[in-house]
Design a protein around this ligand. Sequence first.
Ligand code: UGA
Length: 436
Amino acid sequence: MKIAFVGTGYVGLVTGAVFAGYGYDVYCIDINSERVASLKQGSVPFYEPGLEDHVKKGLQNGNLHFTTDFKEGVDGADTVFICVGTPPLQNGEVDLSQLKSASQMVAEHLTGYTVIAIKSTVPIGVEEELEKIIEEHKPKSATYEFASVPEFLSEGTALENTMHPDRLVFGVNSQKAADVLLTTHKNISGERIVTDLRSAQMIKYAANSFLATKVSFANGVANVAEKVGANALTVLYGMGLDKRIGQAFFKPGIGFGGSCLPKDVQAFYDIAVKNGYNFDLLRAAYAMNTGQVDLTLSKVHEIVGQDLSDKKIAILGLSFKPDTDDIREAPALKIIDKLLSLGAMVQAYDPVAIPNAKKYYTNSNSDKLHFVQSVDECVNDADCLIIATEWEEFAGLDLTKAKSKMKAANLIDGRNIIDPQKAKDAGFAYIGIGRK
Ligand code: UGA
């Protein structure tokens, strides 16, 4: 069975590599020739544990192919998965340009009957617009059907999530398309939900929006716990033991980031409003998330003082979560931006995300921001340390050593990974999120 993936980002590359591992003839297509050239050599352009090995295996056994040529990839494929980016535009709408050009290029090379399965997160009903493009550009003899197969993988655990997802959602218009997708996914575990396209698209937006709301709820609980002198972690754990609530996505912190939760909770709110329903809960969940960054800044003032000019702040962690070098919407960067605007000096370290952070700050001419190569260098001479990402390396922080290097032993534990008592015993002034 030949399967094509258009777009070699997290979704297309991970899913393509997994399907190649199941013995399918997989073609991953991308218009970025540099990326394709390095993927052909087995080099993965982003950090995702285990992925490079998986790609190399696929290349070695000949099941995985990378190409810029849509004819090579699409011709004769049973299913074409579209996995291109759908980023937000300045006006908040979804940028469909990649989706539209991918549809056109796929259309030109369709042969026989093909299921065009959209994995990108797309506005509900978008296939009606894409159908016009396909109809205009496809060969007369070719037939096709759109399907919606939303992606639920998380960065950092992408391979595991793809091989063993909680569920597979197939939005289809016919049993024939459903059968193709059920066959394509036969090696993957998880409950199958076969539904219409709009419901499938909505499951994705609603799931990410719910996760975002759950994190914001946990942050709200933490903020109240600080005011009343309770321990938020105990409160949330006590709540989460109720099976109807659960412990997952219930960790308070400096906020949710990444390319999905912030974008999707906003997009779902917009979809609701456009269709005449004011889903205010989503707007509140998003606003609360922005508020977590401001609260972190007020903690810096509380511990270091009002005047931050030339205070040196150490930041551990730049990626939006551990086990990824992705810095999109990372709370760490929002905190750094605010610190710099208040005149603080910032020393930052991350195990893998520094190259991406340097690119983000390419046009910043601030001489107050320094990226360093180790935890030791990061805390050196600092007035305050902020843990912004819960990398495992930081959980084992040598507190005594860190204190001996810092100018002042102030610690803001933005992910609650340090034992407050141990920090205090080591001589730190400690502030967590929802606990002191
Ligand atoms: C998210 C979803 O979890 C995936 O199911 C989905 O497929 C993906 O978006 C997508 O739409 O492509 P991801 O963006 O990789 O995955 O990251 P998450 O693991 O969801 O984490 C998002 C943010 O929430 C991170 O900044 C994390 O630190 C934060 N978070 C998460 C918390 O602050 N507390 C928690 O308890 C959990």
